[in-house]
Design a protein around this ligand. Structure first.
Ligand code: HEC
Ligand SMILES: [Cu+2]
Length: 366
């Protein structure tokens, strides 16, 4: 008696644990099961159709199997061989036609959606074209129509069509924003792969991921898609095009130009090969994964300053195998450059966006 009680308790605990674990799967900023844009919604609909059909088939087959097991099992006075119906025309037709119907129900919307989502929308009026280049282990976003290059944070306007042209600078990666759309491989063969997605009509921040194992820091290759209102987007474009700002202290400015701008760019200065640092003080993260708590939405990492400082102290410790070496800096340079970059803000957010951020933060914390 006691044992059975224990068994139930164990089962309930297990199920409760699983429910708790799965409850984290619905995050609006990261879940394909909680789509926030038209493309992701269509993709979820396809998943629903195929899962429903599969479930139907499994349930029906198992019910028949269980019925047969009991109905025709060997019992006293019954030798266990039921009536044989091999070659029964009616049955053969039934179990050929049912799968055909199921395949049509599954196939027609799948082919329709897949082809519709593969359309080239780069000529659409108002489409925002973004050239994405994947690098071990960061993302480069170029806006060819605007002449802007940025990194790690894809800033896009609300209620718009975004056309992605994706390629890689090194190995195979895959561009994926679970809540908005996905995903598309970036191929070392050199071809450009296209996809598009529609941003929701409200502002928000969505988490993007590399979805193809690409090296030791693959799991740290995150980016953000920041959907902002039209006013903020216009401000951002203008601020990105403004002349670069260098550190005020000449010694720090000199160190920054010599030791950092050989790789990085700010504004019109420096090289375009490694992450563009213009406005890094505004971003949600440093290096895609160190979350900036200056933005009140998050509370488990450090301020922008702390995160840049940590990154510069030893980039390899944070993202093993990434292409930024540990740069020799004096303590003054380390602090001065961290302070300068943390304060490098573009201040593009409209009042409305700031207020929205503040309310969604509250909801998230509750
Ligand atoms: C040899 C080239 C190189 C040099 C020199 C270099 N970096 Fe980097 N840096 C990189 C690369 C590559 C990354 C991307 C690493 C990743 O995320 O995989 C990066 C990333 C960063 C990031 C995070 C960027 C982001 O978008 O969040 C910061 C901040 C940064 N570097 C600052 C500096 C500073 C400051 C210096 C000078 C002291 C410097 N770097 C020198 C190559 C370099
Ligand atoms: Cu990758």
């Amino acid at each position: 008696m006691k044992k059975r009680w224990l068994k139930w308790l164990r089962l309930t605990t297990l199920l409760a644990g699983a429910a708790l674990l799965l409850s984290a799967c619905g995050r609006a900023d990261l879940s394909a099961l909680n789509p926030q844009g038209a493309v992701a919604k269509e993709q979820l609909d396809l998943m629903k159709i195929s899962i429903s059909i599969m479930t139907l088939v499994v349930v029906v087959v198992f019910l028949i199997a269980i019925y047969v097991l009991f109905r025709f099992r060997r019992r006293p006075g019954n030798d266990g061989i039921p009536v044989q119906v091999e070659g029964n025309h009616k049955l053969e037709i039934v179990w050929t036609v049912i799968p055909l119907i199921l395949l049509v129900i599954l196939g027609v919307p799948t082919v329709q959606t897949v082809f519709a989502q593969a359309q080239d929308h780069s000529k659409d009026e108002n489409a925002v074209i973004v050239k994405v280049t994947a690098h071990q282990y960061w993302w480069e976003f170029e806006y060819p129509e605007e002449g802007i290059v940025t990194a790690q944070e894809l800033v896009v306007p609300v209620d718009s069509r975004i056309v992605i042209e994706a390629k890689t600078a090194d190995v195979l990666h895959s561009f994926w924003i679970p809540a908005l759309a996905g995903k598309i491989d970036t191929n070392p063969a050199g071809n450009v792969n296209r996809m598009f997605f529609d941003t929701p009509d409200k502002t928000g921040i969505f988490l993007g991921k590399c979805a193809e194992l690409c090296g030791p820091s693959h799991a740290l290759m995150d980016f953000k898609v920041k959907v902002v209102d039209d006013e903020s987007y216009a401000n951002w474009l203008a601020a990105m095009k403004a002349p670069a700002v260098l550190p005020e202290d000449p010694a720090i400015a000199d160190a920054f130009q010599k030791k950092c701008l050989s790789c990085h760019a700010v504004g019109e200065l420096g090289g375009p090969v490694y992450p563009n640092l213009t406005g890094i003080g505004d971003r949600e993260t440093v290096a895609g994964i160190l979350v900036n708590t200056d933005n009140p939405q998050y509370w488990n990492e450090g301020s922008v300053y702390e995160n840049i400082y940590r990154w510069l102290e030893d980039p390899q410790k944070i993202k093993p195998g990434n292409a930024m070496p540990k740069v020799e800096l004096t303590q003054e340079e380390l602090e001065g450059i961290s302070r300068y970059l943390a304060d490098y803000k573009l201040n593009y957010e409209s009042e409305e966006l700031k207020n929205n951020d503040a309310t969604s933060d509250k909801e998230e914390r509750q």
